[in-house]
Design a protein around this ligand. Structure first.
Ligand code: ZN
Length: 691
């Protein structure tokens, strides 16, 4: 039983005992004294990465590395794109469910005007309910899709209403308290009626699944080799006369008031674009918002994939279709990104030295490339997010979604670097002190872990995947080692990174100051591969995912090979299992030995050897260890889902209106940011359709 379920049971039994009549609900009793729950300790620079935790959610902050390296003009561009993004915030609420804006506005009004006792259990539960709605842009859980059930009583809610002289209509009361109403955001079970049972607002209440499918089939052009993304920017409704029509998101159409604001800011962004390509792409996006024409959206995407030269980039539009049970309509989403200057410099250094690494691989000579070229990868840092991407955010983006545009014009794939490291910093602490075997290890990971992780990624991508060659007449790994090819390739790239992370060459190249960085990565990698990564699996499950498999087979193979010399020691202290690397140089030797063998398997296409390695070391989980890991991590009470507070930007304008500077601060209060957004960016009426 989880802690939360336990709490609910206790409350329930108290209500039963105290009976009825008067304000008897437990909600009126004083809350247990508790400060801010779940905030992390400030780091060495005094920055608090995680500010709070509630329900199954944690709130994290991120910084914008590289912001100071942008010119004033580029900062102004980021600012305008950010304002454009936030201007559409309410669209996401309304897309998620047609009651969302009404519920949120009512709750926010209560929150800001209630002057009664805020030290009660009821108020605490009311706050959590409102914060959960902010977190998921509506009344449904962002991940499970289930409706949030308030944990406070109706009686307590009525008390809040009467104290604030606010009114909750009967239908809203049902939406908030009746679990049967609007119960699921997206229904995936076809037998229940995908459209009828989904609470998303992409279809009018009278539209059936059959009618929607028939409509979309009717507008598709047979044989079109460059189809638009049908239905991407509209809600489907049934008119009085029974006709199915699209209400298009555009200026003059649905969500007009917010889209006008978006376009206003995109137009201003045009004053600060970095180059012609960026400017052309942006013009197509504006054109698309003004007309709702999906041909223009295609044109925008074609131009956007070619806009790669600037330091600033962005995603803006109705993008991912996961929230639509039929997979047509896109959720409003924006991400503003700047180049990760540090990662780019790191990648440049590795590219320039790719041949040195190839020549020094522990491979058999015939498996080395005479001329190797490193593989580039893209990391950006997020400067602001809105809509579907906020507060809960993706950690990487690969767009556009249109297949023919990807094939003919390419795509952009980026990893959101500062978001990934903010997650690490926020949640790593608890797991680290629980599972690391001593203080030396903890200190080393805290001092060098972030750089170690970034270097590992860079080595894995730029040097690892690019390295090695097949023997003559050997087919591609997909054909020779088949189902094991991807985990083998990922493990190979990891091994390249690990092997060189203990090499003085990286210090010489200025990529790290000390070999301690490499040791920190060895500790983290082995601890994760032998123990902690299984926290993501249910007891009894095998490891399926390619990266998880490779981390297991790399770690477990090295453990076994080094067993007689005790290179990696596994021991139990006070009932808890720990792993400890006793000889880093010797472990490097094992990584090298395994790397040579994995390269041989790939170069010769040795299916049997690949199978033995992966099945022998990378699939099965030690059940005793698994159970222990689950119990120890559960006791840490780490919320599984993270969402982010965005940096706050303020501009200063010259008399001409030109933006001359942009100030960035990093707020640490989620509630304040949400209330601020609602006060500044509420452009939509509460009810957005007459249907
Ligand atoms: Zn990889």
């Amino acid at each position: 039983m989880t802690k939360r379920q336990y709490t609910i049971l206790v409350i329930f039994s108290l209500i039963v005992i105290t009976g009825c009549g008067g304000p008897t609900s437990v909600d009126f009793q004083p809350a247990d004294a508790s400060g801010n729950v779940g905030a992390s300790e400030p780091d060495d620079d005094g920055f608090v990465w995680q500010t709070e935790q509630f329900a199954d959610l944690k709130i994290v902050r991120y910084q914008i590395p590289g912001w100071e390296q942008l010119s004033q003009r580029q900062q102004a561009l980021v600012y305008c794109l950010n304002m454009a993004g936030l201007s559409g915030r309410d669209i996401m609420y309304d897309q998620n469910n047609r009651y969302n804006l009404r519920v949120r506005n009512l709750l926010e009004n209560i929150y800001t005007s209630y002057k009664g006792d805020k030290g009660t259990k009821g108020w605490g539960k009311f706050e959590v309910y409102l914060k959960r709605i902010w977190f998921s842009n509506g009344i449904h859980h962002h991940y499970s899709n289930k409706k949030h059930q308030p944990e406070f009583s109706k009686e307590y809610f009525n008390h809040l209403l009467s104290e604030t002289s606010l009114v909750c209509s009967d239908d809203l009361m049902e939406v908030i308290f009746n679990p049967e109403i609007e119960s699921k955001k997206v229904e995936q079970d076809g037998t229940l009626g995908l459209v009828e049972s989904s609470a998303v607002n992409f279809y009018g209440p009278k539209v059936t699944t059959e009618e929607a499918k028939a409509y979309f089939a009717s507008i598709k052009i047979e044989g079109d080799r460059s189809p638009v993304e049908y239905g991407l920017n509209s809600r489907l409704i049934k008119t009085e006369s029974g006709e199915i029509v699209e209400e298009v998101y555009k200026i003059g159409g649905l969500y007009n008031d917010a889209i006008e604001e978006i376009v206003k800011w995109l137009n201003e962004a045009q004053n600060y674009t970095e180059n012609e390509k960026q400017s052309i792409a942006l013009a197509h996006l504006i054109d698309y918002y003004e007309t709702g024409d999906l041909e223009k959206w295609s044109l925008y995407n074609i131009n956007w994939v070619q806009d790669t030269e600037g330091d600033v980039d962005y995603i803006n539009g109705f993008i991912e279709v996961y929230n639509d049970p039929l997979g047509y309509t896109g959720s409003y989403e924006t991400v503003v990104e700047i180049k990760d200057f540090e990662a780019s410099a790191r990648m440049q250094t590795l590219m320039e030295n790719a041949q040195w690494f190839e020549d020094h691989m522990p491979f058999m000579e015939e498996h080395k490339k005479e001329e190797v070229v490193g593989i580039t990868y893209n990391v950006v840092n997020v400067a602001g997010e809105a809509g579907d991407a906020s507060p809960s955010t993706p950690i990487g983006v690969n767009l556009p979604n249109s297949n023919w545009i990807r094939q003919l014009h390419g795509s952009k794939s980026v990893s959101l670097g500062n978001i990934v490291s903010a997650y690490d910093k926020a949640s790593g602490g608890g797991m680290l002190s629980e599972f690391a075997h001593d203080e030396v290890e903890i200190k080393r990971v805290k001092a060098h872990g972030t750089l170690a992780g970034k270097l590992h990624t860079a080595m894995h991508e730029v040097i690892g995947h690019a390295s090695g060659k097949l023997e003559e007449d050997v087919d591609t790994p997909k054909e020779t080692i088949k189902e094991y090819s991807s985990t083998l390739e990922e493990g190979r790239a990891d091994l390249v990174a690990l092997y060189f992370l203990l090499d003085e060459k990286l210090v010489e190249l200025g990529l790290m100051k000390t070999i301690e960085v490499g040791r920190a990565e060895y500790d983290s990698y082995i601890r994760n591969g032998m123990m902690t990564q299984v926290v993501r699996l249910e007891l009894g499950d095998d490891i399926e995912e390619a990266h998880m498999r490779n981390r297991a087979w790399v770690s477990n193979w090295c453990y076994e090979k080094g067993l007689s010399k005790g290179i990696i020691r596994k021991y139990v202290r006070e009932g808890k299992t720990y792993v400890d690397i006793t000889d880093y140089e010797a472990l490097r030797g094992l990584f090298g030995e395994l790397l040579r063998e994995v390269q041989r398997i790939k170069s010769q296409g040795d299916y049997e050897a690949a199978k033995n390695l992966v099945e022998g070391y990378g699939v099965k989980v030690d059940q005793v260890i698994h159970k222990e890991v689950l119990e120890r991590s559960e006791a840490l009470d780490i919320a599984p889902y993270g969402g982010f507070i965005n940096p706050q930007m303020e501009s200063t304008r010259a008399e001409s209106g030109e933006i001359i500077s942009v100030d960035v601060t990093f707020p640490d209060n989620f509630t304040e940011q949400m209330l601020y957004y609602s006060s500044q960016f509420s452009f939509l009426p509460e009810v957005n359709s007459i249907h």
